[in-house]
Design a binder for this molecule. Structure first.
Ligand SMILES: *Cc1c(COP(=O)(O)O)cnc(C)c1O
Length: 325
């Protein structure tokens, strides 16, 4: 990947004259089945730009209550867009068409205007769970009938693809805007891509400039993303196997409560009478070279990815065992 980046042919991305970025955008559009795509530095800005295109101030976005956009993007929809969020309580990050129908406001000048439904594939905080294609289609069909724009946060779309066997373009075809992250499990150092119709992407270009995300020789980082799409999708199954193995090992350690993983994330916590709190466990693991993230609700999250080998899982489990005893 580093070699591909070093050798990348580059141009001025702002002028849409970077050949590597252009190649990446064509590849993303092809994979996701959209007319067009745009390269951006992060997933967070993909969400904001898409919502900026779809909404005007005072509009409301309907999403699942655990959505990344609601918890981990520093209130950006409010801060940058004047947009409010309407959380729906799903199950494992997934909600249904009837729940969407209930969340939509009747048109009345007292209310915010329901404008967008945002789905997250996979649902991060809910456990890396996969939206079943049938449920996703039902929600999207209802959204279209209700006059809502449909936006897919596909930070880990390809984890859903390899876990379910459903192709990426099948997940995406029901959406007005979709994006994927190259810097999560796909293992590129930087970048995300936002995709949709030609008209959507043209409108998004204005906000890419406005938010300061129109770049120069971005081909250097786009080359890493292209390499990731070529080499790092199929191997995501290894991450899922490692996550399953990690979860099984953690579940066998006394004092831990483990959620069965759906893809590449394992959420766990320490039980009430355990010798350590979850956050103390995270500190001790850190000292032993094992990184886990602390969730605001007291859970810990372990993520498997291409820098974590099968042997590392064994090492991590031994470290947890040591700390807990
Ligand atoms: C990581 C993540 C984002 C934000 O992506 P960045 O590239 O870190 O800005 C958005 N949504 C979900 C579900 C994520 O996991």
């Amino acid at each position: 990947m580093r070699r591909a980046m070093a050798e990348a042919e580059v141009g001025d991305e702002q002028l849409r004259a970077d050949p590597t970025v252009n190649r990446l955008c064509r590849r993303v559009a092809e994979l996701l089945g959209t007319e067009s795509a745009m390269f951006l530095p992060t997933g967070t800005i993909c969400n904001q730009i898409a919502l900026r295109v779809h909404c005007e101030p005072g509009d409301e976005v309907i999403l699942e209550e655990t959505a990344h956009n609601r918890h981990f993007e520093t209130g950006a929809p409010a801060a940058l867009l004047g947009v409010s969020l309407y959380p729906v309580a799903g199950r494992a990050g997934v909600f249904t068409a009837p729940q969407l129908e209930q969340a939509v406001r009747v048109p009345d000048h007292h209310f915010p205007r329901s404008r967008v439904v945002l789905l997250e594939q996979t649902a991060n905080l809910a456990g890396g769970t996969v939206w079943p294609i049938e449920t996703l289609e039902e929600v999207c069909t209802a959204a279209q009938r209700l006059g809502l724009r449909r936006h897919l946060d596909g930070a880990r779309l390809f984890n859903a693809v390899v876990a379910s066997g459903v192709a990426a373009d099948s997940y995406c075809r029901n959406f007005d805007s979709v994006w994927i992250d190259f810097s999560k499990g796909l293992g590129a150092p930087v970048g995300a891509a936002l995709a949709g119709s030609t008209e959507f992407v043209e409108r998004a270009w204005r906000f890419k400039h406005q938010f300061g995300a129109a770049m120069r020789q971005a081909g250097i980082i786009a080359a890493g993303a292209l390499y990731a799409l070529e080499h790092n999708i199929d191997r995501l199954t290894e991450d899922h196997e490692n996550a399953a193995q990690l979860a099984a090992g953690l579940a066998a350690i006394e004092g831990l409560e483990v959620e069965p993983p759906a893809t590449n994330m394992v959420f766990f916590r320490t039980v009430a009478h355990a010798p350590l709190s979850a956050y103390e466990l995270a500190d001790r693991l850190h000292e032993r070279g094992v990184a886990v993230s602390r969730m605001p609700d007291g859970r810990l999250r372990a993520v498997t990815h291409l820098d974590v080998s099968h042997a590392d899982i064994g090492r991590a489990l031994r470290a947890v065992q040591e700390c807990m005893s």
